[in-house]
Design a protein around this ligand. Sequence first.
Ligand SMILES: [Mn+2]
Length: 314
Amino acid sequence: MANFDVFNGDADGIISLVQLRLASPLHSTLITGYKRDINLLSRVDAGINDNVVALDISMRSNKKDLIRILGEGAKVLYIDHHNSGEIPESENLEAIINTSPEMCTAMLVDMHLDGAYRAWAVTAAFGDNFPKLARQKSEGYNFPLESLSRLGRLINYNSYGSSLSDLLYEPSELYSMLVKYKDPMLFLRENGAIIDLLEEQYDDDMLLAEKSEILDCTKTGKILILENTVGSRRISGVFGNKLSQKYPNMAHAILTHKKDGYMVSIRSPIASGVGSDELALKFKSGGGRPAAAGINFLHEHDLEGFIEAFRKAF
Ligand SMILES: [Mn+2]
């Protein structure tokens, strides 16, 4: 019997697994990647009596491999908040999918575990850009919200890049450090330097992002362009989160220059929380959820089309 833990490399994915494995520790093969490396089930070779856990990766993008794995007879627990498409029928599949715009995977895990590691779930909610959800779930607890918010933001930031080499810490490495602690504050007390290093890099990247060029701006939406640098690739999504919190009535798209095109991060206005996935799915390599989505590669030729579609969507 083999166990496979498959999880998005961002704060939501990592902390979803942290909670599950604190609740039921076991030896497993860890399968993860940088934030946009989401076709992770393709790396799972599981059969009868094997258990697969999939966290915070779109079922829509992993459907083919999910069906293959279920067909081989493995049991799958799938917890996620991205647009899933149709969920396959199988008695080997337990799917907890909730695409509400105010929900993240780590909070679904929290519900699954009756709030056993709430401080971790709150950290993840901050990291996944759900500060309202984080605060609401903290009611009645005496959590140091500033610290949890900073930790969530920086774990999340660590996952962004075009390859693992853009990242300061490999997500599986970060997970292994975090899962040793039942309480994120204990982690911080003993490992402050790990997070301080991330913050230094974050501040440098953010400084550059804040000088980015504005491509299109209306009353309800803004499109910005970042230069083709490692720092841009790391900060684009988090920069989008920051802008969306600052201007809750506006939609944002952050384009990062790549060879012959762009990588795109889209954020819906917080006030409505919808539209991003629909816009992203109009393009070949697009995907995501109502509040936040992305396009891995937008060809230069499609830039005008994207601006038009963005204006129409928001
Ligand atoms: Mn998430």
